[in-house]
Design a protein around this ligand. Sequence first.
Ligand SMILES: [Zn+2]
Length: 190
Amino acid sequence: MSHTPFTTLGGTLTVDFLNTFQMQQGQQVDLLETQADVVRWLDLMVASQKLAPVQKAQILTDQGFSLDQLREFRLECRRFLHLHQPFEPMVSWMAHFVDQSPLTFRFNGHKGVVAIPIKGGTAGLLSLLAYDWLKLKPVDYLNIKKCENPHCMAYFLNVSGRRKWCAMETCGNRQKSYRHYRKVRKVPSA
Ligand SMILES: [Zn+2]
């Protein structure tokens, strides 16, 4: 039984998905190792209200996830962000994933309208991830920021413009105590 530390601090569904690739104790760790990991991640996205149960149910109509395709999508998104690529060229690349499993829209009670991909499985999940990204405004895209802890690989949507760390409890406090240590010990800056 693994205790996979998925996180929900990315601010959007797709940024949370990018954070399924993490740094733990100096090692790069892929949290999507098995089909069951994908299902657990979907459960967490429902619990954090980034996916509606009806969207998860549609994705799970085909549980033969291609982990390679999901990882490739994640890697390419991370590369776009890392290289500070402009938003526009990404739009057609993302839209292609929606084309593979077009969306239908369903009324979902007080939560409004929910997008349902016509196919389940990998195509459906990628379609919803791409749609989540395409809903960003270009300014939001510019505000997707990497955590300032150099040993962390997490991205997050920096809505306030002031957020520096993915999580204060982990990266924020660690960086603050490190800086305090350097000050007290007069460790020269690298
Ligand atoms: Zn962090």
